[in-house]
Design a protein around this ligand. Structure first.
Ligand SMILES: CC(C)(COP(=O)(O)OP(=O)(O)OC[C@H]1O[C@@H](n2cnc3c(N)ncnc32)[C@H](O[C@H]2O[C@H](COP(=O)(O)OP(=O)(O)OP(=O)(O)O)[C@@H](O)[C@H]2O)[C@@H]1O)[C@@H](O)C(=O)NCCC(=O)NCCS
Ligand SMILES: Nc1ncnc2[nH]cnc12
Length: 309
């Protein structure tokens, strides 16, 4: 997709801005699932540790969710009071989950992504409405503020696997990550992505480095739900080993990645929460770069130089 600066930054009706923001979310989700090779996760090569997911289903889900993200961005652009906005996007998130389950035949492809990227794209709408820059820190702070407001329509218990893991192992999970302003995105994966690029890594290697940086530290309830704390510790240690060996640009790092994949498949675990946060990272990175281009080339339509891998 070619995204032009005029599309999102000039004075256009909210609907068009919301459409452009939703396109960026869809692109981030497609980039995440297409990134290959990801250990334990669905990618172009394999289903990872999943029986009910595959690349085509994930892409189908990402495309079907575009109207959900557009409606969330539009809600952010509408300048609603915070509590009203929170209730509106909570409803949109639940409708989005229902759409996802319908188009996938009941498979959970993007529940965590609807949550994380939904909050972030709503925040981007708010920032645009306020005439403020789309910086990662500002978007994460706005998204966190929304996540800390009670969603009156949410059930007391969802009965989801992530919820059970959160309560059993006393971790923050997806909601804790958002309520703390997405620290693993702004302080871990985004710096890792941008530093890898500065060091000359290919875009694929930089994105994998970013993913591994999250996996090494996240309390991923997908891993906990299937494998418990022992599996989470092994997965985190394996990701740290790849990074310590120099990441994907060294032979030792590549060998450590193969080992990590074997470990995950043997444990039958998959870092689905980290995958969602990688998509969030790619979204914030692209918004930041568009912002940067706006300041340097205000009158030019500019192609995004970091395309899909
Ligand atoms: C508020 C919610 C996020 C509730 O979350 P909760 O923690 O209570 O539980 P879940 O709904 O089960 O989990 C949420 C998903 O978030 C991802 N995730 C996990 N850990 C983290 C983390 N530390 N930080 C960020 N994100 C995290 C993860 O999503 C991915 O994994 C999914 C596959 O998971 P699952 O089906 O459980 O596991 P499988 O192994 O695939 O199953 P089997 O094959 O074994 O059957 C996949 O979807 C990825 O996206 C967690 O699953 C939220 O759910 C909520 O309230 N939603 C409704 C309202 C809403 O969305 N509003 C949005 C706007 S405010
Ligand atoms: N690539 C992926 N594989 C498995 N679960 C995921 N959840 C989000 N992205 C995923």
């Amino acid at each position: 997709m070619t995204m032009t600066m005029t599309t999102i930054t000039h004075l256009q009706p909210h609907l068009q801005q919301a459409r452009a923001l939703a396109s960026l979310v869809q692109q981030a989700l497609l980039d995440e699932v297409t990134l290959t090779p990801k250990p334990g996760l669905v990618d172009l090569r394999s289903r990872g540790a999943h029986r009910d997911l595959n690349w085509a289903l994930m892409c189908h889900s990402a495309v079907a969710l575009r109207p959900t993200f557009e409606a969330m961005a539009e809600a952010g652009l509408a300048g609603l009071p915070q509590d009203l906005l929170r209730q509106r996007i909570g409803r949109l998130g639940r409708v989005g989950e229902a759409v996802m389950l319908t188009v996938t035949g009941g498979v959970n492809t993007h529940r965590g992504a609807i949550w994380a990227l939904g909050l972030l794209i709503t925040a981007a709408g708010q920032q645009l409405a306020a005439g403020q820059p789309l910086t990662p820190a500002a978007l994460a702070a706005r998204a966190g503020a929304l996540a800390r407001i009670k969603d009156a329509g949410a059930p007391a218990r969802t009965g989801n696997k992530g919820e059970a893991a959160r309560l059993r192992y006393h971790v923050g999970g997806a909601s804790g990550q958002a309520q703390a302003d997405f620290p693993h995105v702004t302080q871990v994966s985004l710096p890792a992505l941008q530093e890898a690029r500065r060091q000359g890594a290919t875009e694929t290697a930089a994105r994998l480095q970013s993913l591994l940086a999250i996996v090494a530290e996240l309390d991923d309830t997908c891993v906990l739900a299937r494998g418990g704390p022992g599996a989470l510790a092994q997965v985190q240690a394996g990701a740290s080993a790849v990074l310590a060996a120099g990441g994907l640009t060294t032979r030792a790092g590549s060998a450590a990645l193969v080992q990590l994949e074997h470990t995950m498949l043997a444990l039958n675990v998959s870092p689905g929460g980290a995958a969602d946060l990688l998509a969030a990272t790619l979204l914030l990175d692209r918004l930041q770069r568009l912002q940067h281009l706006q300041h340097h080339q205000p009158d030019t339509d500019t192609e995004d130089s970091h395309g899909t891998t």
